[in-house]
Design a binder for this molecule. Structure first.
Ligand code: CA2
Length: 143
């Protein structure tokens, strides 16, 4: 099974500020967790991070026919991007939405998720472990 993990804007800054919301782990720790999880689950994984909406759309489109599952944290684009929603719908690859923080218990605007409308599952507020849980779900359901 091949899983594509996509992270949106500012996720590469994890651990630098706002530890009360996002924890103290760094972006490097997240990459290590994804790699270790993939190895343990016996799946292939590619990780992609961008601060640009169009680049994320391009990456989702390029996954068509190449990946069996997507784990996506669109970060701030979660709450604004119809383009990412449409790209996920266009490729039809099972996608799990992940949020490190509990977006339902923050500002009102974070309760809205466009990308989530195209996802088979959403995991929120489980910290970095949410990425591992998302990968486990894809393996269990589609592996
Ligand atoms: O909880 C999540 O995973 C989010 O997707 C993270 C986004 C935020 O816009 C979403 O509402 C929820 C933010 C990404 C990281 O932002 C940072 C902010 C300060 C310091 C480091 C990263």
């Amino acid at each position: 099974m091949k899983i594509l993990v996509i992270n949106g804007p500012n996720i590469n800054m994890l651990g630098i500020r706002e530890p009360g919301i996002y924890g103290t782990n760094t972006y490097g720790d997240l990459l290590a967790l994804i790699q270790t999880s993939a190895k343990e689950m016996g799946v292939q994984v590619k990780h992609f991070q961008s601060n640009h909406e169009g680049a994320i759309v391009d990456e989702i489109q390029a996954a068509y026919g190449k990946f069996d599952g997507i784990v996506i944290n669109p970060a701030a684009y979660t709450h604004t991007s119809v383009a990412i929603l449409d790209a996920l719908k266009a490729v039809g690859i099972p996608a799990v939405e992940v949020h490190i923080s509990d977006v339902d218990n923050r500002e009102e605007f974070r309760k809205i998720s466009y990308a989530g409308l195209a996802c088979v599952k959403t995991i929120k507020g489980h910290g970095l472990q949410g990425y591992r849980e998302a990968m486990e779900y894809l393996v269990a359901q589609y592996g």
